[in-house]
Design a protein around this ligand. Structure first.
Ligand code: C2E
Ligand code: MG
Ligand code: MG
Ligand code: MG
Length: 290
């Protein structure tokens, strides 16, 4: 072709590019297959009210178990889905499986427990998340509060886009949490300007909360900041009694982590919930704004 006389770069780059394109194609079709053929499953992790230890909501966490039994963590395969152009099908699968879980929870007498789902920055930027949530809430006849959304700071960097999207979520009663708080692009202006209901303190700060004065200072500051702005605070990755009690003593509203419970598939969750004392009505839960 026209560039046959061009120097080396083409010889060097062409095979690599082809390989990369092939790799992407294989990955895309494998991811597509995973979504379509039931290789994804949703797990649910309880979040408890810190002072009472009562379960007040659940977080939905996707799992990919390949046919050969290999487990691929979401932190690995979600970026792959995004590169493969599968943001929409993945998002649709997630919403659908969370909505189905809400129906089963309600059927088992746990209709008061909202389920929070994670929305990646790419998903938030590409689609109308409020409309997607509304559609599934309507299709499954769920209460407006049944589904919640977790976003990361990177979703909010484009404030012109984030403001109307968050207002739409707020207007329809979809509670929004800011996930992994403190690890991303932390600008105080979005906390001031955006309608966010709660902050989730990232696990990296929780790890040392009971042993490291600097980690403790950061957590204390996040708790004060959130409360001053009228938000609820959730600590994630709580693995010990001593972390739990530190957080509870220092005013953290809600706790999530292996110390309370691992993420589990829906049947295990229903069995787990059945062993817990029945929850009091939502209006008597002091710290739950949810
Ligand atoms: P995340 O939303 O911050 O979720 C919390 C992660 O911490 C989960 O990892 C959970 O299993 C893990 N975790 C919970 N408690 C503990 C603990 O006590 N100790 C430790 N070491 N880890 C704990 P997972 O399930 O691997 O998910 C990783 C990330 O993948 C999530 O972080 C979220 O950003 C993303 N993700 C998960 N499911 C979905 C989904 O359905 N859609 C999208 N877009 N992203 C998802
Ligand atoms: Mg999350
Ligand atoms: Mg998180
Ligand atoms: Mg995280």
């Amino acid at each position: 072709h026209a560039r046959t006389h061009a120097p080396e770069p083409i010889q060097v780059f062409e095979p690599a590019m082809a390989e990369r394109a092939m790799g992407r194609l294989t990955m895309a079709s494998r991811m597509r297959q995973a979504i379509d053929s039931g290789e994804l499953t949703m797990h649910f992790q309880p979040i408890v009210d810190a002072p009472t230890g009562e379960i007040c909501k659940l977080e939905a966490l996707v799992r990919w178990c390949q046919p050969d039994g290999t487990q691929v963590p979401p932190a690995v395969f979600i970026p792959l889905c995004e590169k493969a152009g599968l943001v929409l099908p993945l998002g649709r699968w997630t919403l659908d499986s969370v909505a189905k879980a809400c129906l089963e929870l309600a059927g088992a007498g746990h209709g008061e427990l909202p389920v929070a789902l994670n929305v990646s920055a790419v998903q938030f930027q590409r689609g109308d998340v409020a409309a997607q949530v509304r559609a599934v809430v309507n299709a499954y006849h769920l209460s407006a509060h049944a589904l919640q959304v977790e976003l990361t700071e990177s979703s909010l960097m484009d404030q012109e886009r984030a403001v109307p999207a968050l207002r739409a979520l707020r207007a329809q009663g979809t509670h929004v949490s800011l996930d992994d708080f403190g690890t991303g692009f932390s600008s105080m202006s979005y906390l001031r300007d955006l309608p966010i209901d709660s902050l989730k303190i990232d696990r990296s700060f929780v790890v040392g909360v009971d042993t490291d004065e600097r980690a403790a200072s950061i957590c204390r500051s996040i708790i004060v900041l959130a409360h001053t702005l009228g938000m609820t605070v959730v600590a994630e990755g709580v693995e010990s009694e001593s972390q739990y009690s530190w957080l509870s003593r220092n005013g953290c509203d809600q706790i999530q982590g292996y110390h309370v419970a691992q993420p589990m598939p829906l049947p295990s969750l229903l069995a787990y919930l059945a062993t817990r004392p029945p929850a009091r009505p939502a209006h008597s839960r002091a710290a739950d704004t949810g």
